[in-house]
Design a protein around this ligand. Structure first.
Ligand code: NAI
Length: 296
């Protein structure tokens, strides 16, 4: 099975951390990309972040300047999905809520060409549940990138009960053509990586609740001595506590309340306080004075 052709227009919905990263990856691979969001400001910020990221690559000698500029020129911020009517691959990276994503898939189905592949970057929601009620559920598939999408290699290609095997294979080949390492997964709570990573976050929060160690001590131990690129608290701050908490709740619910995946009250409080991590300036750590978390 081959990848979608480079002539394929790609629509990315959600211009936050993940959507802008995915748009960058697709445009760098040569596609014309439409970037949409309910917030015009998010589209503007997303496009600016992509341009800054590509120009930084140029300044570091990792990317040719002409290629960076032509990539930037291929990305079009749009304010309504109808402006992306030519897209035959759509990837959504909007808020991690089943009801909101389902409403979007209904809209995509009625806006894009019949043959369009509709992909979700969901971290944890059931692809089967996302497709319920759609007239063409066989064209819906998970295309789960990791954060930051331009740098992280893995893409989980997730099949729901209705997903056509050819659609999953095309998305797999497309991820590979975009320079990624793809794996096929059957839709299950948290798929592979987020499922296996749950105890990493949960146990760290239990250690904190027991006052056994401070976050910076625990992060340093895991990062500097155990080979993890980031400790659990830095990583949750990087992912965003709103996203991480939503993923934990979704895995917990999907596993019928299995206590191993129980969400933490600590993280619920951070979300309630708007302390979402790096993106809001404060999470477990305070980034307002600079971007480096404190050392133990
Ligand atoms: P984010 O909060 O940075 O961005 C989400 C964007 O979606 C916002 O700009 C928001 O305005 C927009 N949005 C919300 N509802 C919308 C709608 N109905 N239509 C259009 N735009 C809408 O979130 P982030 O981190 O980019 O996550 C997005 C998705 O990617 C979630 O499903 C998340 O689970 C998944 N994901 C997140 C990762 C992470 O580390 N943050 C890693 C991999 C997947």
């Amino acid at each position: 099975m081959s990848a979608v052709s480079v002539q394929t227009d790609v629509l990315v919905v959600g211009a936050g951390a993940m959507g802008s990263g995915i748009a960058q990856v697709a445009a760098l691979a040569g596609h014309r990309v439409f970037l949409a969001d309910t917030s015009a400001e998010a589209v503007e910020k997303g496009c600016a972040a992509i341009a800054a990221s590509l120009r930084e690559q140029v300044s570091k000698g990792r990317l040719d300047a002409a290629r960076a500029e032509s990539t930037i020129a291929r990305i079009h911020g749009i304010d309504k999905l109808a402006d992306a009517r030519t897209a035959t691959l759509a990837i959504e990276a909007i808020v991690e809520r089943l009801d909101v994503k389902r409403a979007l898939f209904f809209e995509l189905e009625s806006t894009l060409p019949e043959q369009a592949i509709l992909a979700s970057n969901t971290s944890s929601l059931s692809i089967t549940a996302l497709t319920a009620g759609l007239s063409r559920p066989e064209r819906v598939v998970g295309m789960h990138f990791f954060n930051p999408a331009p740098r992280m290699k893995l893409v989980e290609v997730v099949s729901g009960l209705a997903t056509d095997a050819d659609v999953a294979d095309t998305v797999f080949a497309t991820a590979v053509a975009w320079g990624k390492v793809a794996v096929h997964v059957v839709s299950s709570p948290g798929f592979i990586v987020n499922r296996v990573a749950r105890p990493f976050y949960a146990e760290a929060q239990r250690v904190l609740a027991e006052r056994a160690a401070k976050p910076a001590t625990l992060d340093a131990a895991m990062r500097d001595c155990c080979g993890f690129p980031m400790g659990p608290f830095e990583l949750m701050d990087f992912i965003g506590h709103d996203v991480n908490f939503a993923v934990t709740r979704s895995v917990f619910d999907a596993c019928f309340g299995d206590r191993r995946y129980e969400p933490s009250l600590f993280q619920q409080e951070l979300v309630a306080a708007g302390r979402l991590g790096r993106k809001s300036g404060r999470g477990v750590y305070d980034y307002r004075a600079g971007a480096i978390p404190p050392r133990p």
